[in-house]
Design a protein around this ligand. Structure first.
Ligand code: ADP
Ligand code: ADP
Ligand code: ZN
Length: 215
């Protein structure tokens, strides 16, 4: 299964990807997670990316394209992968297409999750993320069982710097301007499954699974 999860910040891509990883035993490639890891580690990639991320802007195409190109060639991607948060521009989508073609591979499906703007803001302001394993939670919609720490690994939960309302609004407008055109792009390629992301987490999961079977 070679899959893209497409949708605005807060649509539920990461949440759904984590479930699909277990189901299909293929890796999640989340460019946001990779970039946050680099910022945390203080690498030159992290230093390059941090200003863009804090501002709610996109990191330059050539930087993220390079990351994904290398990642797709690692052994664990040979049985398939879930791209989460990439591509985010037409240039990234074109580069992905070229990279996969060069490896003799092609995408199976692009799942797009649609969610109202106000619901996105609510989801993102209440999002909490595990420092240990990156799993996402929501203070109201998906709280950890313990109330405090990650159910999966016991890690500490934190609020991302960019999950503040002003930055969230900026990210949503960046999505509308730069990423939304990919819906038409992948519809035209015959790969798109558009799903209602407003439903509960398990219902969205079921819809994704049936869209993948239909593909
Ligand atoms: P969300 O899950 O809320 O959509 P991500 O974790 O995917 O957010 O991304 C966080 C930030 O990392 C983005 O706002 C952007 O600055 C940067 N980023 C992640 N993926 C990409 C990408 N494919 N292209 C450019 N910037 C990216
Ligand atoms: P993305 O990766 O697309 O930015 P996330 O998967 O991190 O989005 O989800 C954003 C927030 O919304 C998280 O706090 C998550 O727990 C919550 N969430 C995800 N899916 C749903 C859903 N279907 N209904 C309600 N809340 C959700
Ligand atoms: Zn965890």
């Amino acid at each position: 299964m070679k899959l893209i999860l497409l949708g605005p910040p807060g649509a539920g891509k990461g949440t759904q990807a984590k479930m699909l990883v277990e189901r299909f035993a293929i890796p999640q490639i989340a460019t946001g997670d990779i970039l946050r890891g680099a910022v945390q580690a203080g690498t030159s990639l992290g230093l390059q990316a941090k200003g863009f991320m804090d501002a709610g802007a996109l990191v330059p195409d050539e930087v993220v394209i390079g990351i994904v190109r290398e990642r797709l060639q690692e052994g664990d991607c040979q049985g398939g992968f879930i791209l989460d948060g990439f591509p985010r521009t037409v240039a990234q989508a074109d580069a992905l297409q070229a990279t996969l073609a060069g490896l003799g591979r092609q995408l199976d499906r692009v799942v797009s999750l649609t969610v109202d703007a106000e619901a996105l803001v609510q989801r993102l302001t209440g999002r909490r993320t595990c420092r240990g394993c990156g799993r996402g939670y929501h203070v109201t919609f998906d709280p950890p069982r313990s109330g405090e720490s990650c159910d999966a690994c016991g890690g500490e939960l934190y609020q991302r710097d960019d999950d503040q309302e002003a930055t969230i609004r900026r990210r949503l407008s960046v999505y509308a301007a730069q990423t939304e055109p990919l819906i038409a792009y992948y519809r035209q390629a015959g790969l798109l499954a558009e799903l209602d992301g407003m439903q509960s987490i398990p219902v969205v999961q079921e819809q994704i699974l049936s869209a993948l079977q239909a593909g």
